[in-house]
Ligand binder design. Structure first.
Ligand code: GTP
Ligand code: MG
Length: 199
């Protein structure tokens, strides 16, 4: 799939504020600072469409982007921010559960994990939610530029093993710095969209 156009649509502070249109949507999920906004920009080939920051917890809203006038890509708020208050965590969990359970337009998730580290408790929980809700997801390893190319597939295998994911689980190692994994990711998104458009 080629990116022909990408525009910011809106930023929702609550699920009820999400766009009320029949456009399939793919969400990017992962802990704070894992590289969601950076990857969104890298995949769309746009420098600063989504805001990137060295400070975790930057994106606290659901940010919608329309791509190729065909689908929405949603930059979800990150989890696992150590300094977040219990209230903020509960708010995040409430909003995410409501989003995953009720959002009809959601057809798939790009679930990001840092390719250098073992998945966190929250990563596991999120993947469990996706499985429970039967939402197709691609496991995306981020910051792969920090691992030698020869060690990347072993790093990703270690992560999928520790998450006990099935052998046919889609997995891509990516880097927003080098663009590695971009075409595989777009391939997964394109195939998913084709499937839902046929229904
Ligand atoms: P929140 O919005 O807080 O949830 O964070 P996020 O997941 O959107 O992360 P963001 O894209 O803002 O990136 C966090 C930090 O990681 C920034 O300093 C980025 O420059 C850095 N980063 C993101 N992707 C990569 C990558 O592929 N390689 C390297 N080396 N650094 C990256
Ligand atoms: Mg972000």
């Amino acid at each position: 799939m080629k990116i022909l156009s990408a525009e910011f649509v809106l930023s929702a502070g609550h699920v009820s504020e999400c766009p009320d249109v029949e456009v399939p949507e793919i969400a990017m999920s992962g802990r704070s600072n894992v590289g969601k906004s950076s990857l969104l920009n890298a995949v769309l080939g746009r420098r600063a469409l989504a805001k990137v920051s060295g400070t975790p917890g930057k994106t606290q809203r659901l940010n919608f982007f329309v791509v190729n006038e065909r689908f929405h890509l949603v930059d979800l708020p990150g989890y696992g921010y150590a300094k977040a208050s219990a209230t903020a965590r509960n708010q995040w969990a409430g909003m995410m559960q409501q989003y995953l359970r009720t959002r009809r337009q959601l057809v798939g998730v790009l679930q990001l994990v840092d390719s250098r580290h073992d998945p966190s408790r929250e990563d596991r929980e999120m993947i469990e939610w996706l499985s429970t809700e039967r939402i197709p997801f691609c496991l995306v390893g981020t910051k792969a530029d920090k691992i030698a190319p020869s060690k990347r597939s072993a790093a990703m295998r270690r992560i999928t093993d520790s998450l006990e994911l099935p052998p046919d689980q889609p997995v891509v190692a990516t880097s927003s710095e080098t663009g590695d994994g971009r075409s595989e990711l777009l391939g997964w998104v394109g195939a998913l969209l084709q499937e839902v458009e046929q229904d």
